[in-house]
Design a protein around this ligand. Structure first.
Ligand SMILES: [Zn+2]
Length: 584
């Protein structure tokens, strides 16, 4: 037999739903009374009645059979969305007395909005085992459904609980998938969580919780003393709870009866066993306590941490004292860690810290855990300041408040000094870098004169009252940029270093007045711009004409001359080709 066949067979062996159980499922849904006033018909969804209300019925106005109220009750609308208040029942069903919502049929449209879904887990003691069957249930009132009919239901999970064995099979949520395989929990929980879980919900929108039907069936089972009814069912952990009951019935009984439901919840929900204080293997000595201690413990608020602390303190401290420390907010794990780290007996540390809890002078110590943080704060500072923490009077100072404030103050000051030193060092570095940059620039400028001469030789040019020359230095480029309000200033350093070439075009009569600025790449003119780059480009175009166009003849002649090798006469003036039509 395949896994799937085994699972199907297991599911089939579960007891089928019986009438009472189906009615209990029906009762999970809202109760409607549908009414057709014109024919005086009513349908009840609670008790499946469909009848025509006669004159005789109308006269009956006892609370049990109040037809008149049903006929007079106005139609109740459904809330517009799920955040609105749900409709509330205003009348009682004249047949069974259940509070009901009246719906006048002609106002209900197709009634799709009345469809609702529930997940129900139905328990039954059957053939020597406690069975749980999970159903996805729905009620629908659209065309094709009986207004007074039963809910629809689909089996989505089957569980069988016996001492020492819990089994389950579930369908996955999509489509009509079959039961896949049987999950088993056949031994006590050793690590991790239980193998048995509630089935995945197809209607996650409606919450994955479920309603439990047949809780009293547990009374027939071996788990009758486990107080399942007292276990918090709203968390929908009943299936896991029953799984735990298969293995630890006596312990669960004892814990539930001792009012220690949270310990059971830890076991059921998270697989947490509090094994240091609870013996899950031998129910006879479950708490690992003697009779007298057990009596004392039952006299406290029965917080499991009291036992844990007691255990941590090697059972030497009375339980009442442990309970006192728990009530004063001790963080057991953290305190144990700190005691171990600083090599102090746990009891000594707790007593030391306890001496400061509620200390008016130091408001930060309102509980044992905040006192611990306060002390650890002191240690952080003391360690950084090189205090001799191996000495007990330094590790556990007589006046923790004062010692804390002094140490943290010193530590703060030290940190401040370190930060200031870091800042100074950073500033020094910045300054050094700046100086180095300036030195490089100066060096470049010193060497620039040589470069300028070369540029002058290659590019220097004069004709028709215009002159082109190289800048004298960085300052001149900056002055040019300032005067013309364009961006050449940003290129000054690059020009000096030879990474780009900037030239000035001037009028011969005003050789020192900035006018047009040129950027060259070898023999190629990259750009030429004057005041404000001829006005910024706007949607209407430039404000001033492009100098490359206006001085095209001059510039082309210059570029042409340069292309041919920048030839000059003996005086250094450029040699130009004869102009066409010029006098010889
Ligand atoms: Zn009814």
């Amino acid at each position: 037999m395949t896994e799937q066949e085994k699972a199907e067979r297991f599911a089939k062996s579960a007891p089928p739903l019986r009438d009472g159980e189906l009615e209990a499922i029906n009762a999970l849904f809202p109760t409607y009374i549908f009414r057709r006033s014109c024919t005086e018909e009513i349908w009840t969804t609670c008790c499946h009645e469909h009848t025509t209300v006669g004159i005789e019925d109308m006269r009956v106005t006892t609370p049990e059979r109040n037809f008149l109220a049903v006929m007079w009750e106005p139609h109740q609308r459904e809330p517009r969305n799920r955040w609105c208040e749900p409709a509330k029942p205003h009348v009682e069903c004249p047949f069974c007395g259940k509070p009901a919502i009246v719906k006048e049929l002609r106002y209900t449209g197709k009634r799709e909005n009345l469809s609702s879904y529930r997940r129900a887990v139905v328990l039954r003691w059957y053939r020597g085992a406690l069975w749980a069957r999970a159903y996805d249930c729905g009620k629908h009132y659209t065309a094709g459904y009986d207004l007074a009919g039963d809910p629809t239901y689909k089996l989505v999970g089957v569980y069988r609980f016996r001492p020492g064995l819990a089994e389950a099979t579930t369908r996955s949520w999509y489509g009509n998938s079959p039961f896949g395989h049987i999950e088993k929990q056949d031994g006590p929980l050793t690590k991790g969580r239980w193998n048995i879980h509630a089935p995945f919900s197809a209607n996650a929108d409606y919450g994955i919780g479920y309603d439990v039907i047949g809780l009293d069936e547990i009374q027939e089972s071996p788990f009758r003393y486990c107080c399942a009814a007292d276990f918090k069912l709203s968390g929908s952990r009943l299936l896991e709870f029953l799984t735990a009951c298969c293995f630890y019935p006596r312990q669960i009984e004892m814990l539930m009866k001792a009012g220690m439901k949270d310990v059971v919840t830890d076991l059921v929900d998270r697989g947490v066993k509090h094994a240091t204080v609870i013996d899950w293997d031998d129910p006879k000595k479950a708490f690992k306590l003697n009779r007298q201690d057990m009596k004392t413990f039952l006299g406290t608020n029965r917080d499991i941490r009291i036992l844990e602390l007691h255990k941590r303190l090697k059972s030497r401290i009375p339980l009442t004292q442990c309970a006192e420390w728990i009530s004063r907010g001790i963080d057991i794990q953290r305190t144990v860690r700190a005691a171990k780290k600083w090599n102090i007996p746990l009891e000594k540390l707790i007593r030391y810290l306890d001496g400061y809890v509620g200390c008016a002078q130091y408001g930060g110590m309102s509980s044992l855990s905040s006192a611990l943080r306060f002390w650890e704060d002191y240690l952080t500072a003391a360690e950084a300041m090189g205090y001799l923490l191996h000495r007990e009077n330094v590790l556990l100072p007589r006046n923790l408040g004062a010692a804390h404030d002094e140490a943290t103050k010193k530590h703060q000051a030290k940190l401040e000094r370190e930060r200031a030193a870091q800042r100074r060092e950073w500033e020094r570095q910045q300054q050094a870098e700046r100086a180095e940059r300036e030195r490089q620039a100066r060096l470049a400028e010193e060497k620039y004169e040589e470069r300028r001469k070369k540029l002058e030789k290659k590019y220097g040019f004069a004709m028709d009252g215009y002159v082109i020359r190289a800048p004298l230095g960085k300052d001149e480029i900056l002055a040019e940029a300032r005067k013309l309000q364009h961006c050449v200033g940003g290129h000054a350093d690059r020009h000096i270093l030879g990474q780009t070439t900037i030239l000035f075009m001037r009028k011969v009569k005003k050789p020192d007045e900035p006018w047009l600025t040129i950027e060259m790449n070898g023999n190629k003119l990259v750009q030429i711009h004057g005041f404000k780059n001829e006005g910024l480009h706007t949607t209407k175009g430039r404000f001033a004409p492009d100098p490359r166009e206006v001085y095209r003849e001059f510039l082309d002649t210059w570029l042409d001359w340069m292309e041919k090798g920048s030839r000059r006469d003996k005086k250094g003036n450029p040699k130009l080709p004869k102009k066409k039509g010029a006098a010889a």
